[in-house]
Ligand binder design. Structure first.
Ligand code: ASP
Length: 623
């Protein structure tokens, strides 16, 4: 075929296709080079919208994407064409572009999907904010692949859409760079996790999603079984028992990037379904776990963020509570707690005298805080979420004197003793709380974090990981008036504390650990019980009858009788890890289709009622 024949042939093909696709515009100019266009026009795209550079000038290209913006300045129309990879500007000008194309460009609406073919040209006014900012395309064809209703919010980095509307149209929100980049980060993290663990001989094994409901831990989501009327599956809160069974099976090193489900009240960093990097290893002690998973965390920091982490420090749970009042201390900054009972009690100040704990922090350099600032701190600690009754302060003045809110009860010498104990110098501000130990530690932890933020000590680009070790095995639950497993019932007690199991169960420590980064619990795990008798004993201490233990966990205890190796593991909250890497407090943006605060997916409108027939089939009577 010679050139005109090719053109005729191509045109007839195009027209047929376009009729079918209800394409509105198909335009070509005399300048088209038919031989070249043979490929370019047929293709949806020769390049992405983020790809073209100055070296591509004069090339004929085809791009497809979404219209982000049309600027119409009379004789000139600019179109920003967007896809996942970037934005490329199209320009049509009176004089050099055919009028049909100018009209076509003017009529494009936001979020129309178009295909544009044209020549790459160097821009007069370059835009150094985008990688394609040196060039623009002079289209010779613009084809509308699909039109769009005006989107309910602007699809740009800074959007005018509120949270609710963006959740309802999540598929549009996901078009925004800022959200898409978060999911790309998640993807990259996932690939690196798989590559690291796989290289370390971990095998990814999928465990079932329809399992058995057990009362331990959080509330289960349950699924009715049609074939077993009146019976229910539960969705896994974690694959805990399955990964232990895989150790019994000899898998030795297991991991899974896995969805877990917990029917809990939601907070900013909680979702009813979330993802864990779940891991288990055989023939290991806590030390092996620290080494292996420190390796994973370092690998992720290095490969995803380009950050080299030092060795991860360790702190016992007891010290974390003593010095930070929290089992997940933010160690990006110091401001440790100092107990003041010995120097603050028995001086006539009843509030302190009657308290179980008097404890303070030293806010370095804050002695100049104004009355208003101090009142602000008092209001902060009195908020119900913090729960302190009041706040005592001591200003360490530059002249060596002290000014406190309790001057009536304490002499300058007394206050000097406090200051010495807290290693305070002139210019520092001491903030002191008192009351029962648990509440006071918790309130001072909140105040410490608040002060850390106020003083700019919690930089999100600074990462302070920490192993918190030796968690208590059991914790007393006021509501049920019994002990619960602090981690879970499969966690092994420390051998040296076993003798206290009957006499002082609350003092028994477990081989359990958390990985904390910047005050966020990123992972947690334990060395497990692998012996039937020991597991039975644990259930007994947790208030299970022998029958209850056998009914619920008999399968695991039975398995322990067939050569269960010593084993242990850990699970990381993958969504949280992604949010931490992305510098965000909320995990929601790192999940493609998250639920809102009421556990609803407002896009698909779920949960939703089911039909009477479905209920009947499932033998569920909801009246
Ligand atoms: N299954 C535990 C959890 O989800 C983690 C572990 O012990 O490995 O918290």
């Amino acid at each position: 075929m010679n050139l005109p024949e090719i053109h005729k042939f191509k045109s007839s093909q195009n027209i047929k296709r376009e009729n079918k696709a209800k394409i509105i515009y198909l335009l070509s100019t005399k300048s088209n080079k038919f031989a070249l266009l043979k490929n370019i026009v047929d293709m949806h795209r020769t390049h992405t919208c983020g790809e073209l550079r100055i070296v591509d000038v004069d090339k004929e290209v085809t791009l497809s994407g979404w219209v982000q913006k049309v600027r119409n300045k009379g004789g000139m129309v600019w179109v920003d064409l967007r896809d996942r990879y970037g934005i490329t500007q199209l320009i049509v000008e009176e004089g050099s572009t055919a009028t049909e194309i100018i009209d076509a460009a003017k009529n494009l609406g936001r979020e129309f999907v178009i295909k544009a073919t044209g020549i790459v040209a160097e821009r007069y006014a370059k835009n150094d904010k985008i990688p394609t900012g040196d060039i623009e395309i002079k289209p010779s064809r613009i084809e509308i692949l699909n039109s769009s209703k005006t989107p309910p919010f602007t699809i740009e980095d800074e959007t005018d859409g509120g949270e609710d509307i963006r959740m309802k149209y999540r598929y549009l929100d996901l078009r925004r760079n800022v959200i898409r980049e978060k999911l790309q980060l998640r993807h990259s993290m996932m690939q690196h996790v798989r590559s690291f663990l796989s290289n370390e001989d971990f095998i990814e094994v999928e465990t079932p999603v329809l399992i058995k409901s057990t009362p331990e831990g959080a509330r289960d989501f349950v699924v009715p079984s049609r074939m077993n009327a009146g019976e229910f599956y539960a969705l896994p809160q974690s694959p805990q028992t399955f990964k232990q069974l895989l150790m019994v099976s000899g898998f030795d090193r297991y991991f899974q990037i896995v969805k877990c489900f917990r029917d809990e009240d939601l907070r900013a960093d909680r979702q009813p379904e979330f993802t864990q990097i779940d891991c288990e290893m055989s023939f290991v002690e806590t030390e092996d776990i620290y080494n292996n998973f420190e390796g994973l965390v370092k690998y992720l920091f290095k490969n995803v963020k380009g950050i080299t982490l030092n060795e991860v420090p360790r702190m016992t749970y007891a010290n974390a509570m003593k010095y930070y009042g929290s089992d997940k201390p933010d160690t990006r900054f110091d401001m440790k707690f100092t107990e003041l009972n010995s120097v603050a009690q028995n001086k006539g100040f009843n509030v302190f005298d009657s308290a179980e704990l008097v404890v303070g922090i030293n806010a370095k350099g804050c002695a100049e805080y104004t009355r208003k600032q101090l009142d602000g701190l008092t209001d902060f600690v009195r908020r119900p979420q913090v729960g302190a009754k009041g706040l005592v302060y001591v200003k360490c003045n530059s002249d060596g004197t002290f000014k406190s809110s309790v001057d009536k009860f304490y002499s300058q010498e007394d206050l000097k003793e406090w200051a010495d104990k807290m290693e305070a110098v002139a210019g520092d501000l001491l903030l002191v709380l008192s009351g029962d130990t648990a509440h006071t530690q918790n309130a001072l932890n909140e105040l410490r974090l608040h002060m850390g933020a106020a003083l700019g000590l919690r930089d999100k680009n600074n990462f302070a990981p920490l192993w918190v070790t030796d968690f208590p095995l059991l914790e007393w639950d006021e509501d049920t008036q019994r002990f619960h497993a602090m981690h879970h019932p499969f966690t092994s007690p420390k051998a040296e504390d076993m003798h206290k199991l009957d006499s002082k169960p609350g003092e028994v420590r477990a081989n359990a650990y958390d990985l904390v980064i910047n005050g966020v619990e990123i992972g947690g795990g334990s060395i497990r019980i692998h012996d039937r008798e020991m597991q039975k004993l644990m259930f007994k201490h947790l208030g299970f009858t022998e029958k209850e233990a056998q009914d619920q966990f008999g399968f695991l205890m039975d398995a322990f009788e067939y050569g269960a190796p010593p084993h242990g593991g850990i699970a990381f909250g993958f969504d949280r890890l992604c949010a931490l890497f992305g510098g965000s407090d909320s995990i929601r943006d790192y999940i493609a289709f998250p639920k809102n605060n009421s556990g609803r997916d407002v896009m698909i409108d779920s949960p939703s009622p089911i039909s009477a027939e479905q209920l009947k089939e499932l033998a569920i009577n909801i009246n």
